[in-house]
Write a protein that binds this ligand. Structure first.
Ligand SMILES: [Zn+2]
Length: 488
């Protein structure tokens, strides 16, 4: 293990004291502090593969997420939250470390032809390690193999349950294990639960009653399909609107199932008397595309160059005592902000290389970044307000292709040529042009700062710099069954 990153200054807990007092969490009747933030349980739930625009409280027409919607009424909901990646492992790596994938090291090796997942770098502190060292009991329960313990995700957990038969584990089976652990834990805890139901294959749990759609039969997803992979695999992506509707409906039922299992977890925490002192975060790791268009291309599944469909995820933060209940934040935020947010609330030190910010403080200038590594290429996407800038860099030549997109266009077709924002031949209203100029300037300068921070692309991607891990046969088999390793 390399040396650990030092801590940076801590956001003072005193800033939160009045809110906790209001919530009845901190003070006893004699006025002295009895319980501290260290008496708060922390539960981090990830809804795997859930795109933000299929969440009811984010505007979806179907009642896919009644429990999450109810949770919004008890906490803070973030309407423009973006994952740092378009697939499971790098995105969870950011949740666990507060770092971008290029910093925490867990992503697809860009020099490998046969696709290899690099592990979470051990030089960075994970949330579970920090909480474990600070006295919390820690346990993680996952449903998908991309965040298996062997890839570095189990560090800091007293128990990391990544063992099941078959490619994935659904929410009901995961909850059984979670509930067994919850009934035994007798001190403040950090619990991580990854509900994997909405990930392909789409097999809505037949034991549930769904408030919409036809019989919840299984359908095959078109996983990780871009025009390039479809061509290589000699497959045709569906274009029949009825077939697409049928597939999307099964996916929506899986979101409903995921939300159902979240509801069961909350109910269990209440039954056990642990709810009042629990901080609950629910978010996603990436979305899922269904014939969605970006520019001139059509995509299915996830794991591509990040964009709105692949990176926009729900984020709801419920504080103990329902402090700040019903608050809505519309500024752009990132899932790498959660680590410093939890440190802020729990009065814990933040590792000095963590660049996210506490979401409990006012967000006046919101932005987020997502990354994707391809063989020989590095892509990143900046999000801010209704715009995103996507940059794809050839690692060997440094050549960059850049496009700016208007996220308010639901078709995803509207591109803004950055180099021609000032060209009168590009048709835009004066107001749109002024906003586009401002966002382009901010995003491009943020991108330059990021590049400077990592010292350019090339040095980071020498195979010797990051130690690869050979995945176990079992993990490779599960990943292959879920379409992660295209060569399998
Ligand atoms: Zn995922």
């Amino acid at each position: 293990m390399k040396g650990r990153i030092p801590y940076r200054s801590v956001d003072p807990f005193l800033g939160w004291l009045p809110l906790l007092v209001l919530a009845g969490v901190v003070l006893t009747s004699c006025g002295g502090p009895r319980e501290s933030p260290h008496d708060v349980n922390v539960v981090l739930v990830t809804f795997d593969t859930i795109r933000g625009d299929h969440i009811s409280h984010l505007g979806y027409a179907l009642p896919t997420t009644p429990n999450l919607d109810e949770l919004c009424e008890q906490g803070i909901s973030f309407h423009r939250s973006y994952a740092t990646s378009s697939w499971t492992a790098p995105s969870h790596g950011s949740l666990f470390t507060g770092l971008l994938p290029s910093q925490h090291g867990c992503h697809m090796a860009p020099w490998e032809e046969d696709e290899q997942i690099l592990p979470l770098s051990s030089e960075n502190m994970t949330l579970a390690e920090l909480l474990s060292e600070s006295g919390w009991a820690t346990a993680g329960f996952i449903g998908g193999p991309a965040i298996a313990g062997g890839i570095g995700f189990s560090r800091g957990f007293d128990l990391y349950d990544d063992d099941w038969v078959g490619p994935q584990r659904l929410g009901g089976a995961t909850n059984e294990k979670v509930f067994a652990w919850l009934s035994k834990v007798n001190r403040p805890f950090f619990l991580f639960v990854n509900y994997f139901d909405a990930h392909g294959p789409y097999e809505p749990d037949p034991s549930l009653t769904y408030p919409f759609g036809e019989k919840p039969e299984a359908v095959e997803p078109y996983q990780s399909f871009s025009p390039g992979t479809a061509k290589r695999q000699k497959k045709t992506m569906p274009t029949d609107p009825e077939e697409i509707r049928h597939i999307v409906e099964r996916y929506d039922q899986e979101i409903f199932a995921t939300d159902h299992f979240l509801g069961r977890l909350i109910k269990r925490l209440k039954e056990l008397g642990k709810w009042d002192r629990t901080l609950l975060v629910v978010t996603g790791d990436h979305g899922e595309a269904f014939s969605d268009q970006v520019g001139a291309e059509v995509f299915w599944g996830h794991g591509h160059m990040p964009g709105r469909v692949q990176s926009h995820v729900p984020l709801v933060l419920r504080l103990p005592g329902d402090v700040r209940a019903g608050e809505v934040v519309t500024r752009t935020v990132s899932n790498q902000d959660l680590f410093p947010t939890l440190c802020d609330f729990l009065s814990l030190p933040v590792p000095s290389n963590v660049r996210g910010r506490s979401l409990l403080l006012p967000i006046t200038d919101g932005a987020a970044m997502a990354e994707k590594f391809f063989p020989g290429r590095y892509g990143n996407t900046f999000f801010r307000d209704d715009f995103m800038v996507r940059s794809l860099e050839e690692i060997s030549s440094g050549h960059v292709r850049e496009t700016m997109h208007d996220l308010s266009d639901p078709t995803g077709k509207k591109l803004i040529p950055i180099a021609r924002i000032d060209d009168p031949e590009v048709k835009m209203s004066d107001e749109d042009r002024a906003r586009a100029r401002e966002v382009a300037r901010a995003l491009l300068s943020a991108r330059a700062a990021h590049k400077k921070m990592r010292g350019g692309v090339s040095p980071q991607f020498e195979p010797g710099d990051l130690e690869g891990t050979k995945l176990s046969e079992e993990t490779r088999r599960k990943l292959g069954a879920l379409g992660y390793l295209e060569s399998e």
